[in-house]
Design a protein around this ligand. Structure first.
Ligand code: SF4
Length: 379
């Protein structure tokens, strides 16, 4: 079992909160074609690393993959299919991120005729035009509605929408309206992220100038719990801090990350994880193209020590509602078991855990402060 991620680093503009690597020069068709050629070269160069692996998930993310003509997505997929052992088409999950403003009849018809994309992921982010404007998105709520109509028209039953909460102009009534609509529409998968204000983003500049306000933890927690209660009481499984799905419709690609399944990432700034090592590609496009032309597999590379592997296990598993399998911990991390159990009994932490015969997991309040708890459990 393994996964492949392809990073398409092009966006029409920068959303206020976004710190992903992306650039605007995609309209130059030679430039886009050169980029695709580099990605195809990288896919081919790295195939030997996964010669004993079966790939069961592929994810086209970005940036904005839907900014490119579909023929480029097809070329990348063909390179993957020619060089890797893919699961059968029924077992392969192939996700494409698509921006709501790109949802047209022509695009959906093109996707259908490609035949290999069987899951979509879309950044709705807000369900009011004022919210979208605040977040610096280019699209309108009418694009979100059109996207849903097209999913229905083209029989796309496995898709995810992203939503952002935790900003000053978003009140609880708007959240309730948005999520009641998602529930009524039977949206199969929802990712709900709290707004983070990262360095080198338009929002950080606005924050420094006093043009926007960062909300306090109580505000975030209230909105986080409101979304959790609305979705869980309506049949959604809150299977990871930010992710909810109807039964059987979780993201297999992301779930594999949290189970430490090996993956290769292609494209600028993409990460890979295999054979106990982590590596990163060059972040800037020109540096990445040089990296691949020189047949260098990564810009940075790190071999994980036993302590790192334990920390990684704790960090990834406690993000999920399934939590830590006690037997797995005993078998694979025996020497860390005492350290782990001692921390579970700490008076300041114990209220955040749910423990049964098989699993240790964070309860809902624990999930909200999981970064802090996880760091306390590290070696
Ligand atoms: S949020 Fe998505 S569309 Fe907006 S700048 Fe970031 S990658 Fe591009």
């Amino acid at each position: 079992m393994s996964g492949l991620y392809v990073h398409i680093p092009f966006c029409e503009s920068k959303c206020g909160y976004c710190d992903f690597y992306s650039i605007k020069r995609y309209k130059d068709s030679d430039f886009a074609a050169d980029f695709i050629k580099t990605v195809v070269d990288e896919i081919t160069q790295k195939a030997y690393l996964f010669k004993n692996q079966t790939v069961d998930t592929i994810y086209f993310g970005g940036g904005t993959p839907s900014i490119l003509p579909l023929k480029h997505i097809e070329s990348i997929f063909r390179a993957i299919a020619d060089n890797y052992n893919l699961s059968s088409s029924e077992a392969l999950e192939c996700t494409l991120e698509i921006n709501p403003e790109h949802a047209t009849d022509e695009y959906f018809a093109g996707l259908k005729s490609l035949g290999f994309v069987n899951r979509l992921s879309t950044g709705f982010q807000a369900m009011t035009d004022a919210g979208l404007k605040y977040l610096g998105r280019r699209h309108c709520v009418s694009d979100n509605y059109r996207y849903l109509q097209l999913c229905c028209k083209y029989g796309c039953e496995n898709f995810s929408v992203d939503y952002i909460f935790g900003y000053e102009t978003l009140d609880d009534y708007q959240i309730e309206d948005a999520f009641r609509f998602f529930i009524d529409e039977n949206i199969p998968h929802i990712s709900a992220y709290s707004l983070g204000i990262e360095e080198n983003t338009p929002f950080m500049m606005k924050l420094r100038k006093g043009e926007i306000r960062k909300m306090d933890d109580d505000f975030y927690l209230r909105q986080f719990l409101l979304i959790h209660e609305l979705l869980e009481s309506n049949g959604y499984n809150h299977y990871e801090i930010s992710n909810y799905s109807l039964p059987g419709l979780h993201s297999r690609h992301n779930s594999n990350y949290w189970k430490s399944v090996p993956y290769l990432g292609f494209g600028p700034s993409a990460h890979s994880y295999y054979e106990g090592s982590r590596s990163w590609n060059e972040r800037k496009l020109a540096d990445y193209q040089r990296q691949i032309a020189e047949n260098r597999h990564y810009a940075e590379h790190e071999i994980l020590s036993p302590d790192d592997l334990f920390n990684e296990f704790i960090m990834l598993r406690l993000r999920t509602r399934e939590g830590i399998d006690k037997e797995y911990l005993t078998v694979h991390f025996a020497k860390y078991k005492e350290h782990f159990e001692k921390n579970l009994r700490r008076r300041d932490l114990t209220e955040y855990f749910e423990v049964n015969d098989r699993y240790v997991r964070l309860n809902i309040n624990g999930l909200f402060i999981s970064d802090y708890i996880i760091s306390e459990l590290f070696i």
